[in-house]
Design a protein around this ligand. Sequence first.
Ligand SMILES: [Fe+2]
Length: 209
Amino acid sequence: MPKESPKIPERGVIIRLLNNMPENYSGVKEHCLLCELAAEEIAAQLKEKGVKISPEFVSRAALAHDAFKQFGEKGNECFLAKDHFTKKGFPEFAKALVTNALQSPDFENQARLVELSLEQKIVTYSDDICRGIPIRDKNQQIIGWRNDIFPLDEAWKSIEDRIKRGEFKREGSIKQEFELVRIIEKELIGKGLDIKKLIRKVKEKNLQP
Ligand SMILES: [Fe+2]
């Protein structure tokens, strides 16, 4: 956590960005709202165990991480969001929403995880467990998406399935990312994260109108 409480954009500003996405990106908005809930719950659990963390800061970053998805290519959308919020005067906040850092070849060495802040790790972890699972017709064509929160292994299985079907192009880097996220998960558990409680709480809150 940065020393002074860093400035964060208002929630409504980010919601407006998400609402401005093209109609076929509604699943991305659902994903961002789920990531917000997950990041908030993770940070709240850690805070309860005495970790210095702001649930508001991390949940806002999780909400914003894919706000520029429609302009992104090959996973660079979080860097577009980072540039946007840096220019708007939220540099610390902007750093926390870079979730795709782990896909970079620079990150093949797990020792480099120390370069990520705890905030960035929580947002990255939330991004990886809040997934869209394809809904398929009888010909296995994707006809929609079901966004939900999953245990990490299950989230990974759905990606693996899409890789096998040739629907997912970033196999190497995504695999690397999941290995690293597993290490992040262990760290979060070590700091007091209860995964079953996390999944239950996010599902409950997600059902609320
Ligand atoms: Fe995402």
